[in-house]
Design a protein around this ligand. Structure first.
Ligand code: ZN
Length: 290
C-alpha cells in the first residue's frame, strides 16, 4: 500500500519484532519528529508533509483498534497490538513501539503506509538508520471508501508493521494469479516491479492469492466496488496450480464465487504464528517449511 519509492528505504525490510506485544499509540503532528517518520526526507521518499497530520478522530481510532484486535491475536498470530491511547512522551521519547498518524486524503497519494523498526526490540538483519525511534503507520482519511476497503487498509498496514511484505513481489507467481490477471497490465507491472530485497519473512510461505498482503483483490474491488468475484474453470485451475485449494477460496458459497473479505488469510496466520508464537526470538529460520 506504499508508494513504490517508499519501498527503497527502511520500509518492508527483513525485520521482525523480538517481542509479541506491540504497543501502539495515536500521535499528533508535533510528535512526528519523535518517530522514524521525522528522520525521513519526506519529499524524496514521497511522504506527505508531517504538518498535514491531524488528530485521529475518535470513531476512526475505535474502528482501527477493533479490526486489528480481531485479526492479530496472541493465541493465533502470536503478535498482537496493545495501547491505543494518545502517545505519551517520557524523557523526550514516545513510549510506544509504533505510532499511528492520520492525514486527510488530499495530502496523500496512497491510502496507508507503514514502517517497521525500533532498535533493540527488533531482530535486525541489516543496518538501518533511526532504529531507536518508534515505527509508524500513516492512514489517509477519506469518506469515499467502502467499509471493506478501509478495513483492508488497516489490516494490511499492520501486516507490514508485523514484518510482512507484498505477495506480488513474487512476480512470476503473481503473473499466474487470476486476481492479478484482472488488473490492467500497467497497474500490475507497478506491483510486480517492487524490489525483492531482503524478504525471508515472505519466502517462508507459498504464494497466497488471498493474503492480506496481496494487493490484487483489493485493487479490483476498489475499482468495481464489488466484493463478489466469479471465477471461470480456467481461473479455478490457475488457483490450484498456485497451491490454493478451491474450498479455501469459495467456502460457504457457490463453487465459482469468492466473497472478498478483508482479513488475515489462514496462511497469513500460520506465517505470523511461526514468526512470533512458535519462535519469537529467532524468527524465520524455522518457518521455511510452512
Ligand atoms: Zn503495502
Amino acid at each position: 500500500m506504499h508508494q513504490f519509492v517508499a519501498h527503497a528505504s527502511v520500509y518492508e525490510s527483513d525485520l521482525i519484532w523480538t517481542h509479541s506485544e506491540i504497543k501502539v499509540c495515536f500521535a499528533e503532528s508535533s510528535q512526528a519528529s519523535l518517530t522514524l517518520y521525522g528522520g525521513m526526507n519526506h519529499k524524496l521518499n514521497g511522504l506527505p508533509d508531517p504538518e498535514n497530520i491531524r488528530t485521529s478522530p475518535l470513531p476512526f481510532r475505535e474502528w482501527i483498534k477493533t479490526v486489528i484486535q480481531k485479526n492479530f491475536r496472541a493465541e493465533s498470530t502470536g503478535i498482537y497490538f496493545s495501547g491505543w491511547e494518545d502517545c505519551q512522551i517520557e524523557n523526550g521519547k514516545i513510549n510506544s513501539d509504533a505510532v499511528v498518524f492520520t492525514i486527510p486524503a488530499k495530502y496523500m497519494s496512497f491510502p496507508g503506509l507503514s514502517s517497521i523498526g525500533q532498535g533493540s526490540r527488533l531482530l535486525e538483519k541489516k543496518s538501518h538508520n533511526h532504529l531507536d525511534l518508534p515505527s509508524y503507520i500513516i492512514f489517509s482519511i477519506e469518506n469515499g471508501r467502502t467499509q471493506k476497503e478501509q478495513e483492508y487498509i488497516f489490516i494490511h498496514e499492520f501486516g507490514h508493521l508485523s514484518g510482512l511484505r507484498h505477495e506480488t513481489v513474487r512476480s512470476a507467481e503473481a503473473a499466474q494469479d487470476p486476481f492479478c490477471g484482472r488488473l490492467p497490465q500497467a497497474k500490475l507491472s507497478t506491483l510486480t516491479s517492487e524490489p525483492l530485497g531482503y524478504s525471508r519473512t515472505l519466502m517462508a510461505k507459498k504464494y497466497d492469492p488471498i493474503s492480506i498482503m496481496n494487493l490484487c483483490p483489493y485493487f479490483i474491488s476498489r475499482k468495481t466496488k464489488e466484493d463478489v468475484f466469479y471465477f471461470s474453470k480456467t481461473e479455478l485451475t490457475a488457483f490450484q496450480k498456485l497451491g490454493l485449494q478451491t474450498f479455501e477460496l469459495t467456502h460457504d458459497s457457490e463453487e465459482n464465487q469468492f466473497f472478498w473479505e478483508p482479513k488475515l488469510s489462514s496462511q497469513d496466520i500460520r506465517l505470523l504464528s511461526c514468526l512470533y508464537a512458535r519462535n519469537p526470538m529467532h524468527g524465520h529460520t524455522d518457518c521455511q517449511k510452512i
